[in-house]
Design a protein around this ligand. Structure first.
Ligand code: NAG
Ligand code: NAG
Ligand code: NAG
Ligand code: NAG
Length: 546
């Protein structure tokens, strides 16, 4: 049964999209609250809806590459996680051309990914952000989705995109995403790989991704936990030993859990919760809202990042304002306030981030396999798969992601062993530094700092890479925008993040040759090369004399 208003809206949208070239009615002509460049919008943006299925209207936003079209810039799709998180977070809180600066302002991002590619985001699935479904149109109605329906919906939205923007047909195209998009991205990549979508598919990249229950969760590498607290200095070695050996048990799904059966253990765990800012609410009473407001001192997405900030509220206020809604052509959306997943009922179907707090005992996902199945299928059949993880992310910890990728059993590419990569820390503009919030780009500086450690990279055969991002939490482009832009650019241009490291040669050298003895040895030469413009900047290689 369809509401008459729904039919009318659908027909109108259908008529409106039957135009050649980019849909002019979706062109964003101004963006409220730009605090730099006299409020002038400098980037080509589109925003509107795709009629992705007869019952789903998906909000998209396209930020076009800030490059001469003759350079034929590639296109990426970005998907946020959750489930229920909106990809507008990526656009306005991570890598987009404008980053939220307060509840009613945005600041130009000099490290935007649009410097290298056109970026499409989808608020996905429907029920997230401005995207809506037919069920939502009746009072109290919500959209129902699962991993399968979400991947299918995203594929349909991509088809609508190519229809609406025919000038993108045949472009190089890669899918990127974060967190629970560790499920959304490979499942969609699998469909794109099998489809006749008119884009040149380059593969996918996921950051801090839900990938495998076995290696991430049951390996105790998901969510802030005892091992993480110990290895990152939140608790003493003595406490760790007692809690692990005397006061822990395995719960019904094999996950390490507190054992409160003796008064001594009750005390040990209470002290632990005090030391770890209530460990993200994983205490016997669950999450205390009052404590969450006032008592938290560890950022559960980045243990070294500023904690407790209003970053998400700023975005919500900004996107909910009538002026912004009008500018983005989303006023037709039934939601009063833009939000994340309040209108979504989601069923996870895979063994990836399935066992969350409160999962009913004995619950099993529909499919008894994790994302590594798809990695095994696509590795070597798509041009590249890059998995990255912030190394100070308590939520999806890099050791678990590393173990998951390692379990694919791929050989290491020649010279591709675990080695550091570097990015050049330029000075940020005073406009950006004055206007940005502390919650984005917290390590940026007005003064340039030269080449800095970006993290570590391991390259496998079949064009699979695992990359860590040093001192970054869960949202890599938010915490490390410069390093993230370099990583993004190197992946898109299919360039190595770091020079090959020849272990045969390292083994064969004398100490004097390796360490240098009054001269530059292999060690120094290698590091200088890794820090050179060729590797630590974008386009640096072209300027180097050959
Ligand atoms: C997944 O979601 C779709 C859309 O709501 C629904 O049609 C389908 O039955 C669901 N699949 C399962 C296994 O629940
Ligand atoms: C893997 O990367 C190499 C080097 O860039 C490329 O030549 C090859 O075609 C890629 N493999 C696939 C399956 O595209
Ligand atoms: C690595 O070093 C060895 C020994 O110097 C050399 O024979 C080999 O060609 C090198 N491999 C590469 C890929 O450069
Ligand atoms: C290092 O250099 C000094 C001075 O040239 C020399 O005496 C010494 O033997 C060298 N050491 C090695 C290990 O080559």
């Amino acid at each position: 049964m369809r509401a008459p208003t729904w039919v009318a809206a659908a027909i109108l949208a259908l008529l409106a999209t039957v135009v050649s070239g980019a849909p002019e009615h979706d062109k964003v002509t101004s963006l409220p609250g730009i605090v730099t460049h006299n409020g002038e919008l400098q980037v080509s943006l589109y925003s509107g809806f795709f009629e992705s299925t007869p019952t789903d209207r998906v909000h998209y936003m396209l930020a076009e590459a800030e490059l001469d079209p003759s350079n034929d810039p590639p296109l990426i799709l970005w998907l946020q996680g959750g489930p229920g998180a909106s990809s507008m977070m990526g656009m306005f809180q991570e890598f987009g051309p404008y980053i939220i600066a307060s509840g009613d302002s945005v600041v130009r991002n000099e490290y935007a990914w649009t410097k290298l590619a056109s970026v499409l985001v989808l608020e996905s699935p429907t029920g997230v952000g401005f995207s809506y479904c037919q069920d939502q149109m009746s009072p109290g109605g919500k959209c129902h989705h699962n991993d399968t329906s979400t991947a299918l919906l995203n594929l349909e939205s991509l088809k609508r995109f190519v229809e609406a923007f025919p000038e993108y047909e045949g472009k190089d195209f890669m899918i990127w995403g974060e967190s629970y998009a560790g499920v959304f991205v490979p499942t969609l990549a699998n469909l794109v790989y099998e489809s006749d979508l008119k884009l040149n598919f380059l593969g996918f990249s996921v950051g801090d991704p839900c990938t495998s229950e076995k290696y991430q969760h049951l390996g105790d590498q998901l969510h802030f936990n005892l091992g993480y607290a110990y290895h990152n200095g939140f608790i003493s070695a003595t406490s760790y030993g007692r809690l692990l050996h005397d006061c822990s048990k395995r719960d019904w799904n094999g996950n390490l859990a507190p054992d409160y059966s003796t008064p001594q253990c009750v005390l040990e765990w209470r002290v632990y919760f005090l030391q770890t800012s209530n460990n993200d609410g994983q205490n016997p009473l669950g999450f205390d809202v009052e404590f969450g407001k006032t008592g938290k001192f560890i950022n559960t997405f980045n243990n070294y990042g500023p904690n407790g900030g209003p970053f998400d509220t700023m975005l919500r206020d900004y996107l909910s304002s009538p002026e912004v809604k009008e500018a983005l052509h989303v006023s037709e959306a039934p939601v009063e306030r833009w939000g994340m997943g309040e209108n979504l009922v989601y069923t996870k179907e895979h063994l990836a981030c399935f066992y969350e707090e409160g999962t009913p005992q004995g619950a099993r996902p529909k499919f008894d396999w994790d994302m590594l199945e798809i990695y095994r299928k696509l590795a070597g059949n798509v041009p590249r798969i890059v998995v990255f993880n912030g190394d100070t992310d308590p939520d999806v910890q890099y050791r678990g992601t590393e173990a998951a990728i390692e379990s694919l059993g791929l050989d290491v590419k020649e010279g591709g062993g675990w080695r550091p990569w570097f990015f050049t820390a330029d000075g940020a503009s005073s406009d950006l530094m004055e206007n940005k919030t502390p919650y984005w780009g917290e390590l940026l500086s007005l003064k340039p700092a030269g080449p800095q450690l970006g993290g570590y990279v391991k390259d496998y055969e079949k064009n699979v890479s695992f990359v860590t991002v040093h001192t970054s939490g869960h949202m890599v482009p938010q915490f490390k925008p410069q390093a993230a832009q370099l990583l993004f650019g190197k992946v898109m241009m299919n360039e190595d993040l770091s020079p090959p490291m020849n272990e045969t040669e390292i083994a064969s050298l004398s100490d004097a040759e390796f360490f240098g003895n009054g001269t530059k040895g292999y060690l120094t030469e290698w590091i200088l090369r890794a820090q050179s413009a060729e590797y630590s900047t974008l386009g640096g290689g072209e300027e180097e004399p050959h």
